[in-house]
Design a protein around this ligand. Structure first.
Ligand code: NDP
Length: 451
């Protein structure tokens, strides 16, 4: 036991901070966590969980329509946004309580205040100076909005979760996870929705086929997708907003939402007092043990700006706890991290895109299929499903699995296990499918597409 007040002081009770703290306390460490905002961080309060709840809500409109082909009389016609927001908030409150209890039951001291670093072993929190053998920075990220005139009139996902009323129209800016998810949510709830993206292909970091296919599907569902599109300024016009686009168009809308990335939350943390290096984008560089250049200070999660995903932050937090107070055997393998985007339709992916694979491997085989799911034979919904497998021809190893379609996230989890086990295409082929599902297509694609 150290001569400090605590063995570990964690700043930030989000996914990574809570997991590291609980695990460290479970290993006998004396741990405190400081949290100035909300228990559970972005994921619980302004990210994954509320977003998924809103995505379910957005899907119901279609589900009611689809039911008609199955004999149901069109059941529900009206939607009440305040009910959704109140029920979502109730669920978040429940989760906040669970996080608080998990920490308390693990013996972690929770301080509901902002903390900042005074030196390599000292933080100041709630007017008190507290010493710790190790400090873990897990302060996450915050939405970034580019500097344009009128940016203060725009909202981000933070505010979107608390809009007092559902707008009639919205412009969502960006082409990444949050942009396509919120464009789908708004559109699904009946908002006239435009997605304005500066690039050529949505979800640029994924296999290109996914972004192209998703744009087609979202367009069919009613989202207006403007590619190579830039907003120069935003002005208030009565109770509406006018967006001046760089092509000269001026479009009026009720809400402009920026989803243009999230910046590491490091300002005002006092890291410079301890001499912690920070990158130009404000993130904290760390080594494979998540140790900063100051040996007593560690950082995990969105604040290190590697892979901004909750399960990754959890894994990183566990590495830190294990290294400081356990066997020190854990590490994070960033290959084959599966991920899903809860747009409508969903997108999910694991492993390498076709372009990445072609850069890294001499010869690559691509298997691809595109079909209408059985359900939509009766619903008559014009919605496609895309599936794609990327294979290293020399070894037959499956390098990437990609999908756009219903429940893609649920389907991809199992394929992530297969890829982590080094599965080959032959093993995919030898696997007997579950019929009738969409997922069985992943084990029945026999012929590679011509390159
Ligand atoms: P992303 O990095 O996914 O996307 C940001 C988008 O904003 C990109 O399309 C980018 O364009 C565009 N952009 C960036 N800067 C500008 C600018 N100055 N002007 C115009 N456009 C700009 O960020 P998100 O905010 O969507 O999400 C943040 C992170 O949170 C994600 O990367 C993801 O890791 C995580 N997340 C995960 C979710 C999930 O697991 N389902 C859901 C939501 C978020 P370009 O492509 O040209 O760079």
């Amino acid at each position: 036991m150290s001569g400090y007040d605590y063995d570990l002081f964690t700043i930030g009770a989000g996914s990574g901070g809570v997991r590291a703290s609980r695990m460290a306390a479970g290993m006998g460490a004396r741990v405190a966590v400081a949290e100035e905002r909300y228990m559970g961080g972005t994921c619980v309060n302004a990210g994954c969980i509320p977003k998924k709840l809103l995505a379910y809500a957005g899907h119901y409109g279609e589900d009611f329509e689809d039911a008609v082909g199955f004999g149901w009389q069109r059941p529900v016609q009206s939607f009440d946004w305040p009910t959704l927001i109140a029920n979502k908030d109730k669920e978040i409150l429940r989760l906040n309580g669970i996080y608080e209890r998990l920490l308390a039951n693990a013996g972690v001291t929770v301080m509901r205040a902002r903390a900042h670093v005074v030196d390599a072993h000292t933080v100041e929190c709630d007017g008190k100076r507290i010493t710790a053998q190790h400090i873990l920075v897990a302060t996450g990220g915050w939405p970034f909005v580019p500097e344009i005139p009128g940016k203060e009139l725009a909202i981000t996902s933070n505010e979107a979760f608390h809009l007092p009323t559902l707008p009639k129209s919205a412009i969502v800016v960006g082409g990444g996870y949050i942009a396509v998810e919120f464009a789908s949510i708004f559109n699904g709830l009946g908002v006239e929705t435009t997605l304005s993206y500066r690039g050529d292909c949505l979800l640029k970091v994924f296999d290109e086929d996914l972004g192209v296919f998703l744009a087609t599907e979202m367009t069919k569902k009613g989202v207006r997708i403007a590619l190579r599109s830039h907003i120069d300024r935003i002005e208030r016009r009565g109770d509406r907003l006018a967006c001046a686009f760089s092509d000269g168009n001026i479009v009026e809308t009720d809400v402009v939402m920026y989803a243009t990335g999230r910046a590491p939350h490091t300002q005002g943390l006092g890291l410079e007092n301890a001499g912690v290096h920070m990158a130009a984008n404000g993130s904290i560089p760390v080594d494979e043990h998540f140790q900063t250049n100051v040996p007593s200070i560690y950082a995990v999660g969105d604040v290190i700006h590697r892979v901004q995903l909750t399960p990754v932050a959890l894994a990183e937090g566990m590495v830190v706890a294990d290294r400081l107070f356990g066997a020190g055997k854990r590490s994070v393998d960033y290959r084959n991290v599966a991920t899903a985007v809860f747009s409508n339709p969903n997108v999910a992916t694991v492993g390498l895109s076709e372009a990445q694979a072609r850069r890294e491997y001499a010869e690559v085989e691509i298997y691809k299929t595109n079909f209408t799911a059985l359900k939509h034979r009766l619903s008559e919904r014009d919605e496609g499903t895309l599936m794609k497998i990327v294979v290293d021809k020399a070894t037959d190893r499956v390098l990437g699995v990609h999908m756009v379609g219903a429940e893609a996230g649920e389907i991809m989890q199992g394929f992530a296990v297969a890829l982590n086990c080094g599965a080959t295409k032959r093993q995919f082929d030898a696997t007997i499918g579950i019929h009738p599902t969409a997922a069985e297509e992943f084990v029945t694609m026999r012929e590679p597409v011509k390159s």
